[in-house]
Design a protein around this ligand. Structure first.
Ligand code: BJ8
Length: 424
């Protein structure tokens, strides 16, 4: 990695503690990623981004700020990037995916809260993540109790705007979410100093739709058997999409998709034909949480789909591009975002239907339903999902894990037995 110490110092980061994080990441990435065989050539871009993860993109965001732009840090796929982009701002994902940040988070949160929330607050308060430091404002959302309350703690330290996500999917909820997007738009105008117009919002909607189409092409290629790319590599592409410039993200994903389509035409796989195909569903896998995929893919299986926010929920469903008034565009945004089947909704039959549909489309041999410890929302949905899959004759393994490595061997044993059972 190039030398970014001066930049990190200017951002007010804790350099000594941050050095400890920088010291372990290259080995973790090398052991998990660079040991894979037959990777697509276009993964070189994503490998480079990881090698510079705390340098190159934060430096770009600082350049944007020098030119008068603002950076919005987000924690959930419900926040409509389109509104920020339309006003000349940038969006960066902030969900913490490393155990490194958890102890710092536990200083301000109870320990019985999900590791994603603890790691996110730990990254903020420990001053060891440049994305938290560079953000001008955080944007939270009322999806789960843990996050809702954590935003109060974050908000006492840095401006945090919270969007009120409806908990049901009735017509009045879609109207309410459109109103909430309109209120967010006023906040974005205030922060950026730029006016939101039907023209700049239409352009931003097209930009983000292009990114969704590009990511969808990569996933489409994974439906082929043998799978042309590993789950680990696809997960990395998706994780980086949360940080990257949306135009570049689409360009790089399209290049990767071109290569994968050629592989599919040649019948070339990242794993040999006959490798057991797994769909993973559940809570998001924020970077650098690669534990589950790594265990699955070193247990004679390949992950071919993620039904999660670091997966299909991030790109499925486009925003209708036909509206030409802000009111119509807010409605179109609301309709698209409200199609997300997060477990925060009640009832939430759409997620179960999605998993069953995708299990067939991606020709999977089995489903792994994995949630982060203390995530009640996804935990409660487990039995209903397992029943629906059983009715279709699709094997399902339910797991609960966190960011620490101390359950890795136990997970390996359970996943290994599951994969072996798929072959029996
Ligand atoms: S739309 S999945 S990104 S809320 S794992 S913090 S739910 S206790 S991350 Fe999520 Fe938005 Fe939903 Fe997606 Fe809470 Fe559960 Fe933790 Fe979670």
């Amino acid at each position: 990695m190039a030398d970014y110490r001066a930049m990190w110092e200017d951002l007010g980061m804790d350099l000594d503690t941050h050095d400890q994080l920088c010291a372990v990441l290259p080995d973790a990435f090398g052991d998990t990623y660079l040991t894979q065989g037959n990777r697509p050539d276009n993964m070189a871009f994503y490998d480079f981004v990881v090698s510079e993860i705390h340098g190159v993109r934060p430096a770009e965001l600082i350049e944007l700020q020098k030119a008068g732009g603002k950076v919005f840090g987000t924690f959930c796929v419900f926040v409509p990037d389109e509104v920020v982009i339309a006003c000349g701002g940038a969006v960066t994902g902030l969900c913490g995916g490393s155990q490194f940040w958890v102890p710092e988070g536990e200083k301000v949160l109870p320990s019985g809260i999900c590791p994603l929330i603890k790691a996110s607050l730990g990254a903020h308060f420990g001053k060891t993540c440049p994305y938290f430091s560079v953000a001008d404002i955080y944007v939270g959302e009322t999806t789960c109790d843990g996050k809702k309350k954590a935003y109060e703690i974050l908000g006492a330290d840095k401006e945090t705007y919270v969007m009120d996500v409806p908990q049901m999917k009735r017509e009045k909820d879609i109207v309410a979410w459109a109103d909430e997007i309109a209120a967010f738009a006023r906040k974005v105008e205030e922060v950026t100093g730029n006016e939101l117009t039907p023209e700049n919002l239409a352009a931003a909607i097209r930009t983000v739709n292009e990114k969704r189409r590009a990511l969808a092409r990569v996933f489409e290629a994974r439906k082929a058997n043998p799978a042309p790319i590993s789950g680990k590599d696809t997960l990395l592409m998706t994780q980086i999409a949360f940080f990257d410039d949306p135009v570049r993200c689409a360009e790089m994903a399209n290049k990767l998709a071109d290569e994968l389509e050629e592989r599919v035409a040649r019948g070339e796989g990242a794993a040999p034909a006959g490798t057991k195909r797994i769909l993973v569903t559940g809570t998001p896998l924020a970077i650098p949480n690669w534990k589950l995929h790594h265990i699955i893919e070193t247990s004679s299986a390949v992950v071919v789909c993620e039904e999660m926010c670091t997966g299909t929920r991030y790109f499925e469903n486009l925003v209708d591009e036909g509206a030409d008034t802000l009111e119509g565009q807010f409605r179109a945004l609301s309709e698209r975002y409200m199609k997300n089947n997060c477990a925060c909704f009640t009832p939430n039959p759409g997620r179960i239907a999605d998993v069953v549909r995708m299990a067939k489309e991606y020709q999977v041999d089995g489903v792994i339903d994995a949630n982060l410890k203390f995530c009640t929302l996804y935990d409660v949905e487990k039995p209903a999902l397992a029943d629906a899959l059983a009715e279709e004759g699709i094997p399902c393994l339910g797991l609960e894990t966190d960011y620490a490595d101390n359950d890795a061997e136990q997970l390996r044993t359970r996943i290994g037995a599951f994969v072996e059972m798929l072959g029996a």
